[in-house]
Design a protein around this ligand. Structure first.
Ligand SMILES: [Zn+2]
Length: 79
């Protein structure tokens, strides 16, 4: 059974998503995205949220609060 390693890989990737989206350093090239449609969709959602948040908060970006909320959203989807 490879299910264990597979889900652990998703978990590991999703744990790093806020950082990856924040830095935008070649996240679309991340190897996990090539093999996991679920995380690709999740990344798209996150980028949409991040872009929307930037438009809503043009002056100050409460980065920590924002990523906390995104992190929470990820956890809710995971469970
Ligand atoms: Zn995945």
């Amino acid at each position: 059974m490879t299910e264990n390693g597979w889900s652990r890989s998703c978990e590991d990737f999703q744990a790093r998503l806020p950082d990856l989206v924040g830095s935008r350093r070649g996240i679309s090239l991340h190897p996990h995205l090539l093999t996991c449609a679920k995380c690709s969709a999740l990344l798209l959602d996150l980028q949409t949220i991040a872009d929307a948040a930037k438009e809503l908060l043009p002056i100050e970006q409460p980065k920590e609060g924002l990523w906390e909320r995104i992190d929470l959203a990820i956890r809710e989807q995971r469970e």
